[in-house]
Design a protein around this ligand. Structure first.
Ligand code: HEM
Length: 415
């Protein structure tokens, strides 16, 4: 279906576009006129033969695709919609070892095992340590401001807690954490030239992290302990992950749980700075609905993709077997069919059926409860210890194909 409002070749996954803005007006046009729209990707940089993808922009359609893995596969193609120019077939094959890129029944088996580490009890058990950590992060930022009282919120506040949470979850000893954090940061940064991280550096970091995790798994198999690694790799009588699978699982956590949560926290701060009345309300009432609204508002993961396993229909369009389908969570989370005044940042929004953690199918975010806990803890700590932060200029956005990222957000503690 043609969409007269959008020029040919308009590409929602163009990193240059996502660096400057989220294309909300274009999403709104599509939701109304062509909710499932063929988006040509003419630059031939996907590493595949196809020449584009279907952009799915309505909440209902994103949910439908997510909950029908038999029609829309995660394996046939990787989950991230656009690759950088130089990615090789081998690298794509390796990505298939990550559960995000698996289909049932392989995915079901791995998911059932790793879920043991993400029970409500397991997540609650991290709360005390993470609360203390959140307070320490905020205190340190307060003590290390520049002469004018300013500091970068992203590097000083948003970066650390998500990494600490993952390290805490899998029991990485304190002395190894700096290395783990370094590898994780290198892996997520390569899309943005400013970080000057080459693909080789990113790939090496991934291999080091996998190797480290495989050693951890091997050690627990030899000598079981009362920790999550033991539960995943060495529990008696149930299915277990082998050491390779554990290595790739930790790799996924380091990507899926790191940059996403970091950006939710940074965007949350930016939303509060630009909506001071909501920050006042937060400080007074601390609504339990806040973190979900931050994730809806920010939608750190702009899109993931699936591939059609057979000819089918979606939003009135004929989708052919092998066609790629892009799920635009950013658009779904602003769909007025579902959200009253979607453009309003309302920390008491309830219900809030946003798709920031996915459309509810088998791949629904495994770390949602942990992410919500981290966001709550950091804003609680900020409201207690740095309640009057002011913005200094505009945030600088990350250049990325599927992430809504902020790489710098300068703030100031008033004198
Ligand atoms: C999957 C978003 C934090 C672990 C996903 C998906 C999204 C997402 C959109 C894909 C869902 C789908 O395809 O249906 C987010 C956001 C986060 C966040 C916005 C922070 C605000 C975390 C954290 C962890 C985590 C903290 C763990 C430490 C995972 C894993 C998957 C996943 C393992 C793959 C699940 C599977 O394939 O079965 N996340 N995530 N995420 N997330 Fe998160």
């Amino acid at each position: 279906m043609p969409c007269p409002a959008l020029p040919d070749g308009f590409d929602f996954t163009d990193p240059d576009l996502l660096q400057s803005r989220i294309p909300f007006p274009e999403f709104a046009q599509l939701r109304q006129t062509a909710p499932v729209w063929w988006c040509a990707q003419p630059r031939g940089i996907t590493g595949f033969d196809d020449e584009g993808y279907w952009a799915v922009t309505r909440h209902a359609d994103v949910k439908y695709v997510s909950t029908h893995p038999e029609l829309f596969s995660s394996t046939a193609n990787t989950a991230v919609i656009r690759f950088n120019e130089h990615i090789t077939r081998e690298q794509i094959e390796v990505q298939r070892l990550i559960m995000l890129n698996m289909d049932p029944p392989e995915h079901t088996r791995v998911r059932q095992i790793v879920q043991r580490g993400f029970t409500p009890r397991a997540i609650r058990s991290l709360e005390t340590a993470l609360r203390a950590r959140a307070h320490r992060i905020v205190e340190e930022a307060r003590e290390n401001t520049a002469a004018d009282g300013s500091f970068d919120f992203v590097t000083q506040i948003a970066v650390e807690l998500p990494l600490q949470a993952i390290a805490e979850l899998i029991g990485v000893p304190q002395e190894d954490r700096a290395r783990i954090f370094d590898w994780s940061n290198k892996m997520v940064a390569y899309d943005d030239p400013e970080y000057a991280i080459t693909e080789e550096v990113g790939a090496d970091a991934a291999m080091e992290l996998i190797g480290y995790s495989m050693n951890m798994a091997a050690a627990r198999k030899e000598c079981p302990a009362h920790d999550i690694v033991t539960q995943l790799v060495a529990a008696e009588g149930e299915g277990n992950l082998n050491s390779d699978e554990f290595g790739f699982f930790v790799l996924l956590l380091a990507v899926a749980g790191n940059e996403t949560t970091r950006n939710a926290i940074s965007h949350g701060m930016h939303a509060f700075l630009t909506h001071p009345e909501e920050w006042e309300r937060y400080k007074r009432e601390r609504p339990a609905t806040t973190a979900e609204e931050i994730v809806r508002w920010a939608t750190p993961v702009v899109s993931f993709q699936r591939t059609a396993t057979q000819d089918t229909e979606l939003g009135g369009q004929k989708i052919k077997k092998g066609d790629r389908v892009g799920l635009f969570y950013s658009s779904a989370n602003h769909d007025p069919e579902v959200f009253e005044h979607p453009e309003v940042f309302d920390i008491t929004r309830d219900p809030n059926p946003h798709l920031g953690f996915g459309g509810g199918g088998p791949h629904f975010c495994l770390g949602k409860s942990l992410a919500i806990q981290e966001i709550d803890l950091i804003f609680n700590a900020l409201a207690d210890a740095l309640p009057d932060l002011e913005a200094v200029g505009d945030p600088r956005r990350l250049r990325a194909a599927w992430l809504n990222g902020i790489k710098e957000l300068r703030v100031r503690v008033p004198g």
